[in-house]
Design a protein around this ligand. Structure first.
Ligand code: ZN
Ligand code: ZN
Ligand code: ZN
Ligand code: ZN
Length: 461
């Protein structure tokens, strides 16, 4: 016999397999401990009490009900036993983790006494032949929820699927069996989990006559998705050239490749993949938002035909509407623009002529050094001004300056909305200022040199 401290820091008297928890408010009444002094006799007494307690279950005629209480992240099961016909009062029992047919009265347990109930194989209730030390609880529909059971044909359990765990639970929209929720098996929680959110479900009495699905959350707010049974049993992972398309775009001066894999029967729908150079593969955009990595790699057969090899992972995303490559990319070549390398502030600038009037245009300073992105000066100026004046802003025009294979520069830009007005083309201004800027720079250098010479001179003196 020894005193130990349990996880809630209350003193527990440990003896054999029994635990007596000394609650901060009420002490369990154990006459044996009060009247006996010899350790040997306590042992014997407790042992006999112990044995007796385990065995004295009697059939109960009380009404009872299995309910859920709201726990996070899921619902928790409770057994409610109504001691009389008055359904306003009940005792609340929790389930033993290892033996799900054994229950403990919560109220009694808090006072250091174990009051057990047992559900036998025929679904009949047995309780221990003793009195509760706890008080009855008020039954309320706000605290206790009926268990959400889904019965066939409102669900379907699929095995040997192409998913990671090979098991899928489909829960249909009761009003429309072509729509469903898709639940995947999760071994860590031993439950099925909705692929769009974290609602859990369990199959009870699996492959028995009274099999049903229990939802472990009160509400499920996800949208139903179209049900496609074949999708779970497709094991080939090739996509031929007819069923995919790769688009290349220039974004901020960088090449971006997008892969569209079409629905075989409906080419307006597709999965959307983005190329990732680090893994040399395309990755599904929507799935990666949900931390699932569905990849596609480009291969070529001996005839030079391209095809895709898909990863075994299944999409958790829905197909999206296919949008053909927009024709809003604008390419400009000289003389539609001029490059001004040495300007007043030392920043390389572009002058892009207005497409309507060749005397007008826009100045684009380079965004940063060693960068091929340029921002419209007028738009940027407008943004700064609009912070004060609250004028309506249309957008800022950006463009990229790119060198082609022949070493010739061209401009690539999107069809963008601009906030500014075109200005007159006055290259002299920019360049003249540039000249004076250069001489200013020279003068500054000269002044610095003079200053250093003078300082050294003073120090030497
Ligand atoms: Zn009790
Ligand atoms: Zn969900
Ligand atoms: Zn996907
Ligand atoms: Zn502009």
């Amino acid at each position: 016999m020894r005193f130990i401290t349990d996880s809630v820091q209350s003193v527990v008297l440990r003896f054999g397999v029994m635990y007596f928890r000394k609650s901060p408010t009420v002490l369990p009444h154990i006459p044996a401990l009060e009247s006996t002094t010899s350790l040997k006799s306590i042992k014997i007494l407790l042992f006999s009490v112990n044995r007796q307690k385990c065995d004295n279950f009697i059939k109960s005629n009380c009404q009872f009900k299995m309910v859920n209480i709201n726990g996070t992240p899921r619902l928790i099961k409770r057994l409610l036993i109504f001691p009389s016909n008055d359904k306003r009062f009940c005792y609340e029992f929790r389930r033993q983790r290892r033996k799900p047919n054994i229950f403990y009265c919560n109220g009694c347990e808090k006072m250091g006494i174990f009051f057990r109930a047992k559900m036998d194989q025929n679904g009949e209730l047995q309780i221990q032949d003793k009195k509760h030390v706890c008080k009855k609880l008020q039954y309320s529909t706000e605290k206790y929820f009926d268990i959400r059971k889904i019965r066939k044909p409102n669900y379907e359990f699929l095995e040997n699927c192409n998913t990671n765990s090979r098991k899928v639970l489909i829960i249909f929209n009761p009003k429309d069996q072509s729509q469903c929720y898709d639940f995947r098996w999760r071994s860590c929680t031993k439950s099925f989990c909705c692929i769009s959110c974290d609602v859990e479900a369990k199959i009870m009495n699996i492959s028995k006559k009274n099999e049903y699905v229990e939802m472990l959350r009160l509400t499920h707010l996800c949208k139903y998705r179209p049900y496609n049974r074949e999708q779970f049993f497709k094991f080939n992972n090739f996509v031929l050239a007819d069923d995919f398309e790769i688009q290349t775009q220039m974004i901020k001066g960088k090449e971006r490749k997008t892969l569209f894999i079409f629905n075989e029967n409906d080419k307006t729908k597709c999965y959307n993949f983005q190329y990732q150079p680090s893994v040399k593969a395309f990755i599904c955009k929507e799935c990666s938002k949900q931390k699932i990595r569905v990849t596609a790699k480009i291969h070529q057969n001996s005839d030079g035909e391209k095809y895709l090899l898909l990863s075994k992972k299944q999409h958790v995303c829905e197909m999206v509407k296919y949008t053909p490559q927009k024709d809003d990319e604008i390419i400009l070549r000289q003389p539609d623009f001029k490059i001004m390398e040495e300007t007043c502030d030392g920043v390389t600038k572009l002058f892009v002529f207005d497409s309507q009037d060749q005397n007008l245009g826009y100045i684009f300073p380079r965004e940063r050094k060693n960068c091929n992105r340029y921002i419209c000066h007028g738009c940027r100026h407008f943004v700064q001004r609009s912070k004060k004046t609250k004028e309506k802003l249309n957008g800022i025009v950006y463009l990229s300056l790119i060198k082609d294979e022949n070493g010739e520069y061209f401009i690539q830009m999107k069809n963008q909305k601009r906030s500014c007005q075109p200005r007159k083309y006055e290259p002299q201004n920019e360049l003249e200022i540039a000249d004076s800027y250069m001489s200013l720079k020279m003068n500054l250098k000269l002044l610095t040199v003079i200053f250093i010479i003078k300082r050294n001179h003073h120090q030497n003196v």
